[in-house]
Write a protein that binds this ligand. Structure first.
Ligand SMILES: Nc1ncnc2c1ncn2[C@@H]1O[C@H](COP(=O)(O)OP(=O)(O)O)[C@@H](O)[C@H]1O
Ligand SMILES: [Mg+2]
Length: 239
């Protein structure tokens, strides 16, 4: 099932002589449950693309259709609701709210949406993330790896259509980086969660089902590494 359709997406920042074309006619589709790595040199338009897929930046031209919804045809309020329910964003520097504890950070998207946390799912998620004993800690009382686990938890809380991660391991050492990638892969397989991850790290990109490479705002390579795995074939991982 197709979950994402990106059609002739262009993004120009600024006007006149200082205008920068960050995305130049980008089109691709992603199926439900795919794990896609986005690679490319610095400044090639990767973050711009991810932000536009996530509804946090607007395209200059082109469309983004997520689960049948043409998101830039929604008004601002509807887009905000769509984003909260259907998009999980993970950033390099976690973007947790410093005055909220782990539990509050994780459940914030649900709270804002007037929903209650599904107890079984939340418990399972917290356990998988290894955060059982950290639920009342504040972000600054956690290591970088733990903070990133919280931001993964927050992203997965609403069962979003898409999880989008921008260099999620860019600030972590190798061990923590591997653990974060294992957790993302776990959510991809166990919940059939569609996952798009920007990475500089080739060893991470090679674990994806597919690599899309971007240069100067254009797709220069779109390579399927393996068919998308189905969850019933995969043993559970604990990290
Ligand atoms: N808010 C912005 N205003 C102006 N130019 C921007 C903005 N964001 C990104 N750019 C420019 O767009 C291009 C692509 O940036 P970005 O998407 O951040 O690349 P990447 O994530 O691949 O490093 C760069 O030339 C960058 O300077
Ligand atoms: Mg970037």
């Amino acid at each position: 099932m197709r979950i994402l359709e990106v059609d002739h997406l262009t993004k120009v920042y600024g006007k006149g002589e200082t205008a920068v074309k960050a995305l130049d006619d980008v089109s691709f589709t992603v199926d439900k449950g795919e794990f896609v790595a986005i690679t490319g040199p610095s400044g090639s338009g990767k973050s711009t693309l991810l932000h536009i897929l996530g509804g946090v930046d607007t395209p200059t031209a082109g469309s983004v259709v997520i689960e049948g919804t043409d998101i830039y045809k929604l008004n601002e309020t509807k887009l905000a609701i769509f984003r909260r329910r259907q998009i999980g964003l993970i950033y390099q520097f976690y973007n947790l709210i410093p005055v909220l504890d782990v539990w509050e950070n994780m459940t914030l998207p649900l709270l804002l949406d007037g929903q209650k946390a599904d107890q079984d799912y939340t418990k399972e998620l917290v356990k998988t993330l290894g955060l059982e004993k950290r639920m009342r800690h504040l972000p600054n009382q956690l290591s970088g790896g733990q903070q990133q686990r919280v931001s993964i938890g927050r992203a997965l809380m609403t069962h979003p259509a898409l999880v989008l991660a921008d260099e999620p391991t860019g600030n972590l050492d190798r061990k923590n980086s591997n653990e974060i990638v294992e957790l993302l892969k776990f959510s991809n397989r166990k919940y059939n969660q569609t996952l798009i991850v920007i990475t500089h790290d080739e060893s991470i990109a090679l674990q994806a089902d597919r690599i899309i490479n971007i240069e100067d705002g254009r797709i220069t390579r779109d390579e399927l590494l393996r068919p998308t795995m189905h969850k019933e074939c995969i043993p559970e991982v604990r990290v």
